[in-house]
Design a protein around this ligand. Structure first.
Ligand code: GLN
Length: 220
């Protein structure tokens, strides 16, 4: 009986997330820009700083920033295990730049802890000093035929993708956008442009996931 009650609570915890509410991890980085871009793309968005905030949202964006700092802060704020558990249970996650580094399996040439939520190896600051910052029009088939203005800022590239990972865009032969099931990663910063297509793409992942959550909670 006890285990039945515990199970019911777990389902309620998941079911209490609002289907259209997207969280933006707000420990450091360009949070405000992502919240605004998500709202422009039609979602409701809130900043996530605590495990209680995380429970309210149906999806999470980890923005750009400084990956070593954020991994430390995630640990200090008790967010590492809750984020891993939610994403493994199907919650959509999108990491932009630093966020993709944090979500990766590992970081090339470094002993940097990560959340290991997508089977990729990334290399930090990979495009070199001359290319520290660049805006590059890129055709990304998943977004349609119009080039997307991809802004790179001290960006990582993706050096290895596992068999479950779909490579959605490359720059100069290096991966810069990937998806594996409910996890999306971009080396660039769609929140810094007015083009809403990557945010809209992520929201289709959120809508897909909501269908499954709907099924789970109606069974509860
Ligand atoms: N260079 C940063 C890092 O490696 C990422 C930069 C960014 O998110 N714009 O953590």
């Amino acid at each position: 009986m006890q285990s039945g009650a515990a199970q019911g609570e777990a389902l309620n915890a998941k079911g209490s997330a609002k289907p259209n509410l997207v969280g933006v991890l707000a420990l450091q980085g360009d949070v405000v820009e992502h919240v605004a871009a998500l709202e422009r793309a039609g979602a409701q968005a809130i900043a996530v700083k605590t495990p209680a905030d995380l429970e309210r949202v149906a999806a999470l964006v980890i923005p750009g920033g400084e990956s070593t700092t954020v991994v430390r802060l995630l640990d200090r704020f008790g967010l590492v295990e809750p984020i891993k558990a939610r994403v493994r249970a199907g919650m959509p996650l999108w990491g932009t730049c630093m966020g993709m580094i944090v979500a990766a399996h590992d970081v090339a040439g470094m002993e940097q802890p990560t959340l290991d939520l997508i089977d990729i190896t990334v290399r930090r600051n990979a495009f070199g000093r001359q290319n520290d910052s660049a805006e590059i029009p890129m055709v990304i088939p998943a977004l349609g035929s119009q080039p997307f203005p991809a802004i790179f800022i001290r960006a990582p590239w993706i050096e290895r993708v596992g068999p479950s990972v779909e490579l959605l865009a490359e720059r100069d032969g290096h991966g810069v956008m990937v998806r594996s099931g409910n996890v999306l990663g971009t080396s660039f910063h769609p929140e810094l442009t007015s083009d809403p297509r990557v945010h809209a793409y992520f929201l289709t992942m959120v809508a897909e996931a909501a269908k499954h959550v709907g099924k789970a909670s109606s069974a509860a």
